[in-house]
Write a protein that binds this ligand. Structure first.
Ligand code: NAD
Length: 423
């Protein structure tokens, strides 16, 4: 029986999507049923309901999660998301994805994810700090430098990581920087971490372009989601010669077929809170943006943005998944049949967790690297991992997502087999 059939969930639910992707790859591996189930199920899941004192003196109850998908390769690693649509199934799916991401790029981690059901934009800075410190305390039974190391994700940032690190350290009585990554450099963060995911997206795009002989000079790029990942990717892709023709955020998109200046877009977004209203560009809806003719589409917002409803209308050659899970399995099929290549999330956006790993190592050793060294090591791991995935795809005649998952699942299964089943 497939893992998907074992764990019934509604259609297009993120967890359902993660299981479908797992099943597609696991079918290529000689896994016994029990091992396959073991690899699919999350190891542990924590749900917390906790109070936060609001600025007006009232108390509000929030719900949060932390899920560990696998501890086979090492401690668990994965971001914390603050978003109003966070659900246990979404966090499960993202935790599983983290296991495969760490495995495919060869990091000694299992996957985890956390989240709080909250729109952080509706909280004051003071309320956000209280929420973060209380959530960190609630999940501290799972979190530690040796056991589970969170990082930023949608709606969280280096400041949130600093509060988590401080809260954990206060409970211990000494500073414990390696309990989270993505911290500000002033308290043990790594040089290059803020840019790492976008830098990895640019490296993966460059490697793929080389492979398929796509000339990046003047190649039209569309980026959905102009946050941490999307904004850095736009700047670095533009340095590689690409022409960024459209970008968007929750408030809308902007388009200019002649090209947008990413550095000025970043400055505009920092000043106004959105890319909307950028001078010299026309407004475009997020739906229409995805369907613009381009060579490279980089979805860098949330899950399920490219799905069976719009996949047939996309006009791109390459999709680079800056976000986690932006393309559904149904869309994978449509796009595959139309000859559109997808660089899957677990490879394309692995730069963030790779540099988070460097940050963790630096923190444990209290020995910090220059940005150049960080970027060189990121480049080395991204290029090597990408090459390995291309090789699996060629050997097994499968798409890149399946190839990446085959390699990742095989690595975890091999470690599991070597460790054995306790007791
Ligand atoms: P972020 O909060 O910095 O940015 C997200 C951006 O997407 C924001 O600009 C937001 O306005 C926009 N957005 C949200 N919904 C949208 C929609 N429907 N249409 C258009 N824009 C929309 O988050 P981030 O850290 O950049 O993460 C983006 C994605 O990348 C997520 O899927 C995340 O899991 C993934 N990711 C992030 C990292 C990292 O290091 N930050 C690493 C790996 C993967």
């Amino acid at each position: 029986m497939s893992a998907q059939a074992m764990l019934m969930t509604p259609k297009e639910d993120p967890w359902d999507v993660a299981l479908k992707q797992f099943d597609r790859a696991a079918d290529h591996l000689p896994l016994k049923r029990g091992i396959r189930e073991f690899l699919a199920y999350p190891k542990r899941e924590l749900t917390v309901h906790f109070p936060v004192k609001m600025d007006d003196g009232s108390v509000r109850i929030f719900t949060g999660y932390r899920v560990h998908h696998s501890t086979v390769l090492g401690p668990t690693k994965g971001g914390i998301r603050y978003h109003q649509d966070v659900s246990l199934n979404e966090i499960r799916a993202l935790a599983m994805l983290m296991s495969w991401k760490c495995a495919v790029v060869g990091l000694p981690y299992g996957g985890a994810k956390g989240g709080v059901v909250v729109n952080p934009k509706e909280l004051s800075q003071n309320e956000l700090e209280h929420l973060t410190r209380r959530y960190a305390t609630e999940i501290s039974i799972l979190m530690s430098p040796e056991g589970d190391i969170p990082a930023p994700d949608v709606g969280t940032n280096p400041q949130v990581m600093a509060w988590i690190m401080d809260t954990y350290s206060m409970h211990r009585g000494y500073s414990t920087p390696s309990v989270v990554t993505g911290k500000p450099v002033s308290i043990g963060g790594s040089q290059g971490r803020v840019e790492a995911t976008g830098r990895g997206v640019a490296i993966a795009t460059r490697e793929m372009a080389r492979h398929v002989k796509l000339n990046l000079d003047g190649a039209r790029v569309v980026i959905q989601g102009f946050g941490n990942v999307g904004s850095v990717a736009s700047v670095l892709l533009s340095k590689l010669g690409c022409k960024i023709i459209a970008v968007s955020d929750t408030r809308g998109g902007v388009v200019n077929p002649g090209g947008l200046d990413p550095a000025r877009l970043v400055e505009h977004k920092n000043r106004t809170g959105s890319v909307a209203g950028f001078p010299g560009a026309n407004l475009i809806s997020n739906e229409a943006l995805l369907e613009l003719p381009c060579e490279i589409l980089v979805p860098s917002a949330l899950e399920g943005q490219v799905n069976e409803d719009n996949a047939a209308r996309l006009h791109t050659r390459l999709i680079v998944e800056g976000a986690n899970g932006p393309v559904t399995p149904g869309a994978d099929d449509v796009l595959g049949s139309r000859g559109i290549t997808i660089i899957p999330d677990i490879v394309a956006n692995a730069g963030g967790v790779i540099v988070s790993y460097f940050e963790w190592v630096q923190g444990l050793q209290q020995f910090f690297w220059a940005e150049e060294e960080v970027n060189q090591n990121l480049e080395r791991i991204m290029v090597r991992s990408f090459g390995q995935v291309l090789q699996v795809a060629a050997d097994r005649k499968v798409d890149l997502r399946t190839a990446a998952l085959i390699r990742a699942i095989d690595r975890v299964a091999d470690a599991l087999f070597t460790r054995g089943i306790y007791p």
